[in-house]
Design a protein around this ligand. Sequence first.
Ligand code: ADE
Length: 244
Amino acid sequence: MRFDIITIFPQIFKEVFDFGIVRRAVEANLVRIHVHDLRDYTYDRHRQVDDRPFGGGAGMVMKPEPLFRAVEAITNDTADAKVVLLSPQGRPFAQETAREYAALDRVVLICGRYEGVDERVVEDLVNDEVSIGDYVLSGGEIPAMVVVDAVTRLIPGALGCEQSAERESFVGGLLDHPHYTRPAEFRGLKTPEVLLNGNHAEIEKWRRRKAIEKTLRRRPDLILNRELSDEERRELDEAKRNCS
Ligand code: ADE
């Protein structure tokens, strides 16, 4: 799959994808990431990408022409690119959204800056608008990095071991279970016995139970929004008893 990122700060992306799983995915040709300087799509001497808001008010607004021009130039070889604006007004970007994007061939990410972008961009150019959380960042660059990272790890082959994508937090709608590694005892803090005895059925059960307990304690909203199997329902009831 291919990502195109449109930004006024292309330098920010210089190294961020050069590490870990994303780097491996790029090297394996599973994903291509192109970063575009929005100012390259301006035609005026000042390479202006923003202007004052009609109607007055504080701050500047991103002009429509460079954004339309950039997206049209970048997608002129394809009919089906998803054009995504990163903004605090967007729908929440969640694991489900990442999964949706991971199934696409082309995703164009527009990094908003200033007070926002001209509404005609929102209405006529983009086909999705996403937010990475209920807080306001200085621009869409960090959210774009978040999206690329979260989506890339879901592309088949991107993770060394396929299994780990299936098991991570949120995949089953639950937070991840706790993890331990050597030493089995550290400063008197012990690893739960069940993880040391090699009984895989017991280990699985313990992990599922811990995932449910943790989710219940920290993110009960995730449990409420999720269908549970009978087995999970029994474990949830037991976890509730343990938590209270
Ligand atoms: N731009 C500024 N804040 C943002 C957020 N929370 N999510 C996505 N884009 C943003």
